[in-house]
Design a protein around this ligand. Structure first.
Ligand code: FAQ
Length: 315
């Protein structure tokens, strides 16, 4: 079969909502684009454990500590499903890890901001997981089978995360003056970086057009960002707080909230490695990797020993 014929079969499957599976023929650019997106997504989950991990030892009660540990563990699980999904496209886990540790790979800009107070745990759950879900629910229908199936479980867990984040802020917002101020301060610091999670404007997004044709992406960066603004602009009222945007205003004609201009210079600065915590995050991952070397070596030695014993028994 010619490449044109193979491409036609491939695109027909996508147009007819048939998932592409690992052993199916696919264009090389589709494979590379998926490896790029899925591995960046996996790295985001893994690096995303760090800002929250920072508060496990300082959670205000045993109950809050248990919830936070469970959430951080969930993020590790998401990273693992996603690395496995990417491996089905022919890249090894070691290669992806090397790309992250060397600073070559991208991960979400949001995780390069510091977590300064306990209210940040609530703001991350509500805003960061909230933005993550808005972007990831459509990925449950993404055209690549292993990615779409991984996203179903991820989204269930993320929606629990978002609710626990909102509840954390709700409790604080019903507390004393100092606690309310802490909530407002956390919202003020996390709001704009959360909007940046959706990526550049559609006109600046290099991958969107092709990714939409391949149904890797179902909605554009700006469409999802707008939905997120519309959702949060209502929810923030329940907290009795405000969003730090003087231009946020309901637009009756278009039935959505208009909002102010994102600081794209800040966004690209963070994406290119110069955000407040980029260096710290990579150092933490590299430290964990080298300190975990003995565990990996022990696991390999154990597996080899077991395999040798099995061989002996069989003989
Ligand atoms: N940060 O052409 P586009 C989470 C890059 S998971 C850094 O629009 P695309 C869970 C982009 O990679 C959060 N880089 O790209 C959690 C590209 O660079 P490249 C992560 C960004 O792929 C919660 C360039 O800019 N979620 O939060 C960002 O079509 C709480 C041009 O951009 C996912 O990864 C950014 N924000 O659209 C964990 C979801 N935005 O590769 C712990 C899957 C863009 O050419 C605690 N990913 N870039 O060098 C996606 O949906 C897409 O990849 C987008 C970007 C929408 C992120």
């Amino acid at each position: 079969m010619s490449v044109q014929e193979l491409e036609k079969i491939f695109q027909d499957k996508i147009d007819n909502e048939i998932r592409i599976e690992p052993k199916d023929w696919m264009p090389e650019k589709y494979r590379q684009n998926l490896i790029r997106q899925i591995s960046q997504h996996a790295h985001s989950e893994i690096v995303g454990m760090l800002p929250e991990g920072n508060w496990i030892s300082r959670a205000p009660s045993l109950k809050r500590k248990l919830i936070l540990i469970a959430k951080v563990q969930d993020e590790a699980g998401h990273g693992l499903y996603l690395y496995s999904a990417a491996e089905t496209l022919g890249i090894s886990r070691d290669e992806m890890t090397e790309q992250l540790l060397s600073g070559k790979a991208k991960y979400s800009s949001i995780f390069n901001y510091p977590t300064l107070t306990w209210a940040d745990m609530g703001a991350i759950g509500w805003l960061v997981d909230g933005a993550a879900i808005m972007n990831q629910v459509p990925l449950c229908r993404t055209s690549y089978g292993p990615y779409s199936r991984a996203m179903i479980r991820v989204c269930k867990e993320e929606s629990f995360h978002q609710r626990q984040g909102f509840e954390t802020l709700l409790v604080l917002s019903r507390g004393n003056e100092e606690q309310r101020a802490m909530v407002q301060d956390a919202i003020d610091r996390w709001w704009w970086p959360s909007l940046m999670m959706f990526g550049p404007h559609d006109s600046e997004s290099q991958h969107s057009e092709q990714s939409m044709k391949w149904k890797i992406k179902r909605f554009s960066n700006d469409e999802l960002r707008q939905r997120f603004v519309d959702m949060i602009a209502e929810q923030v009222k329940l907290l009795g707080m405000t969003l730090p945007d003087p231009d946020l205003k309901w637009n009756e004609e278009h039935k959505h909230y208009d909002f102010g201009t994102i600081n794209w210079e800040e966004f690209w600065n963070v994406v290119s490695g110069n955000g407040p915590c980029n260096k710290q995050r990579l150092e933490a991952r590299n430290k964990a990797w080298s300190e975990g070397a003995w565990v990996r070596e022990a696991a390999v030695a154990h597996a080899e020993k077991r395999a040798a014993r099995k061989k002996q028994v069989a003989a």
